[in-house]
Design a protein around this ligand. Structure first.
Ligand code: HEM
Length: 716
């Protein structure tokens, strides 16, 4: 029996509900109460580009504006099944949001294998260069609710569903390669502490509050990830410019049954880019959907975001020699030790058609693995293997959530699971059990397992482990909580270190329990004394005694791969650059910059004091954004082309002055004409490598000028 044979066609389902678009035959009238009415002719059909409005059972509706009443001014009748169905459905539209990662943005795409690795894994997708499979990615924040802002300081989820020919593989990772805790049993405690506080319901989407810092200061294993979250990684510029990590050590298994440990990495082709904290806060006000819009618009414009998938491969022998445990999710493996080999590329090339049906209903599960990919004994991963299947029942309401099109595999699936709420398949025949001999009687006997091609769990249980003992114990090899946090901090540039210190000062300043601040500072002394001192000074607090470490931290050197600034790309690709103009600005000059930006893969955005069309030298020009509604925090660099009289006028407009002040204080390139100088003077913008005349824009490019930062911000 084949499930897909009896499955209703998704296409039909979609089209039956679609109102149709394009060449409609809609007649507009006005009802007795002045209400607008839109009707179609009784003989209209789909070919007219508009469908008949019906209820959910296919009954045509005659009036979508008025409920059925006992008299024109009388009460509404219970008999009105059309009204009742419409309101009933609306009343139940919302489903529970995800307990974590509630806010996310999704897109479809394709994954292509760029390096065959059959010696490492039998996973079908990695057998041949050029092999492809469809993917769906959901990139998310963690702490905030579904309606929260896109740019809080937070970890970002990086979940990808690969619809392979051997079933779905979900790589459910984050944009930070380590995690806050080592054992799944602490996850509910950790999440409770970071979410809005239980009694007051705030703060939303923020870690700057008592309970988060209370928890992390009591749990030293979280220190490494706290450093990452307080670094610029916690405030990405764009979802398209984040790295992704599988976090846990996984296992590849090849055809011979040999296993290799691996770590998964996603490397963004556009490079890694972050905002500054002040900028992230302002973006939240200017456009709370900043990341969602950015991803959607890039894909709509054909600027498809891409990531290379890489793996670090190592064996147990190597793992045994490391000063940390590779099963401990609070540790990473420096790329300098085990380089990342690129094995494929993901391109996100199609926006969702419907946010709810796809992005909201997609159900990722780390248990979705395919032959050739296996788990390890990482105790955080082991807990996740239970959690995700379990939570889908609560969120999507039925064990049949796998039938929702976004979750269904694209390869055939057959089994004896039956019935349940919202069963949409219609299995035929009597074979809902196995073994059976119905085939001998000419009936459909159903599917059977295959020992050769079916999923076989890797037999080894891991080294240094006695599976005959049942223990609630954390291995001693997990006890070093600070050495990698130190390595992370010391691998950052001076300006990145300052950002971490300032982020900690900011967050701890919101912590009202003073003993919590002290305890965190005491822990921080184990990471780096100068950092602890800096944060204490920023809070005007004395340094408390150093916390006792379970294991004395070691100096493990530095790793450039941990710094964003050391890997920064000076590129216009994927970046948006504002061109400010006003009356009389030179159209030719504006077009020259537009062409330059476009040819480099960037997006020029025209900004002006009015949008509808302004008389410029050489014609009339419409703007994409109003100056007052398009603050410079939304762009990666700004260009200003203004006639002196207009510049003089704008010098008295706070939106214009703030525009340059922000671009300057966020260390962005400002390319400007002579006329603009009057505004720059009012904004306190001083000349430097990034504040340049128009003709130097191309040479300077779109990058951050971090050397400027000490002039504009008093960092901790
Ligand atoms: C024991 C630890 C963890 C537990 C129990 C846990 C549990 C959960 C749960 C219940 C959800 C909501 C899923 C849904 O409603 O669809 C979720 C989402 C998610 N988790 Fe975890 N999680 C854990 C650790 C992690 C770690 C270490 C990572 C990263 C490696 C991670 C990445 C994600 C992502 C990306 C999502 C969002 C998936 C989506 O976009 O729908 N989680 N997690």
């Amino acid at each position: 029996m084949s499930h897909e044979k009896s499955s209703p066609s998704t296409d039909n389902a979609l089209h039956d509900h679609a109102p149709g678009a394009g060449k409609t035959k809609v007649v507009e009238t006005v009802g007795a109460g002045g209400e607008p009415q839109q009707h179609i002719a009784h003989d209209a059909d789909h070919s007219d580009g508009v469908a008949h409005l019906t209820d959910n059972f296919g009954h045509r509706i005659s009036d979508n504006e008025n409920s059925l009443k006992a008299g024109a001014r009388g009460p509404t009748l219970l008999e009105d099944f059309i009204l009742r169905e419409k309101i009933f459905h609306f009343d139940h539209e919302r489903i529970p949001e995800r307990i974590v990662h509630a806010r996310g943005s999704g897109a479809h795409g394709v994954f292509e294998c760029t390096k065959a690795i059959p010696e490492l894994t039998k996973a079908s997708i990695f057998q041949h260069v050029g092999a492809t499979c469809p993917v769906f990615a959901r990139l998310s924040t963690v702490a905030g609710g579904a309606g929260s802002i896109d740019t809080p300081r937070d970890v970002r989820g990086f979940a990808v569903k690969f619809y392979t020919d051997s079933g779905n593989w979900d790589l459910v990772g984050n944009d930070i390669p380590v995690f806050f805790i080592q054992d799944a049993i602490k996850f509910p405690d950790f999440v409770h502490s970071v979410k809005m506080e239980a009694d007051r319901g705030f703060p939303q989407a923020a870690s700057a509050h008592d309970t988060f810092w209370d928890f992390v200061s009591l749990v030293p294993e979280s220190t490494h990830m706290v450093l990452w979250a307080m670094s610029d990684r916690g405030i990405p510029r764009s979802l398209r410019m984040m790295e992704g990590f599988g976090v846990h050590t996984f296992r590849f298994v090849n055809e011979k049954g040999e296993g290799h440990f691996i770590k998964f990495h996603w490397k963004p082709v556009l490079g890694i880019e972050s905002t500054t904290w002040d900028e992230a806060v302002k973006i939240a006000g200017a456009n709370p959907d900043f990341h969602r819009c950015d991803l959607f618009e890039a894909i709509r414009e054909g600027n498809f975001p891409q990531w290379d998938l890489g793996v670090q491969v190592f064996d147990e022998e190597w793992a045994e020699k490391q000063p940390y445990d590779v099963l401990d999710a609070t540790k990473l493996i420096p790329e300098e030790e085990i380089p990342v080999q690129i094995i494929g590329r993901m391109t996100l090339n199609r926006n969702v058609d419907n946010f709810f049906a796809e992005t909201e209903q997609v159900a990722f599960m780390p248990t979705n693995v395919i032959p050739g990919i296996d788990f390890t004994n990482d105790p955080l991963l082991q807990g996740r293997l239970f959690s995700y299947l379990d939570t889908q029942k609560s969120r999507l309401g039925t064990t049949n959530f796998h039938q929702i099109p976004i979750n269904a595999p694209k390869c055939p699936f057959h089994n004896f699971q039956r019935d349940g709420m919202m069963q949409t398949l219609v299995p035929v025949g009597r074979a809902n059990y196995e073994p059976n001999s119905l085939a001998e009687a000419g009936e459909e006997g159903g599917p059977r397992a295959c020992p050769e091609t079916g999923y076989v769990t890797f037999p080894e249980n891991g080294e240094r482990n006695d599976p005959t003992q049942k223990l609630r114990i954390r291995p001693e090899s997990f006890a070093d909580h600070y050495s990698q946090a130190r390595m992370f901090y010391r691998s950052q540039t001076e300006s990145e270190q300052a950002h971490i210190a300032s982020a900690m000062v900011f967050e701890l300043s919101k912590v009202q329990l003073e003993h919590v601040r002290k305890r965190f500072l005491a822990n921080l002394r184990n990471v780096d004394e100068s950092l602890a001192k800096r944060v204490a000074d920023g809070l005007a607090m004395d340094l408390p005694a150093k916390a006792k470490a379970a294991r004395e931290p070691q100096d493990w050197g530095t790793s450039d791969a941990l710094s964003i600034q050391k890997q920064a790309k000076n590129t216009m690709q994927g970046r948006s650059i504002a061109i400010l103009f006003a009356e009389g600005s030179d159209l030719q000059e504006i077009n020259r910059f537009k062409r330059l930006i476009e040819s480099e893969g960037g997006t020029p955005v025209l900004v002006a004091p009015k949008v509808g069309g302004i008389a410029v030298k050489g014609g009339t020009l419409k703007a994409d954004g109003l100056l007052a509604g398009s603050p410079s925090v939304l762009f990666d660099a700004v260009i200003s082309i203004l006639m002196p009289d207009q510049a003089a006028k704008l010098a008295h407009d706070s939106a214009a002055v703030q525009w340059f002040m922000d671009a300057y204080s966020h260390c962005k390139t400002i390319a400007h004409c002579k006329g603009t100088q009057v505004i720059l003077d009012r904004a306190g913008v001083e000349k430097d490598d990034g504040v340049v005349p128009l003709d130097q824009f191309e040479k300077v490019g779109v990058k951050r000028h971090w050397a400027r930062e000490p002039k504009v911000r008093d960092l901790a």
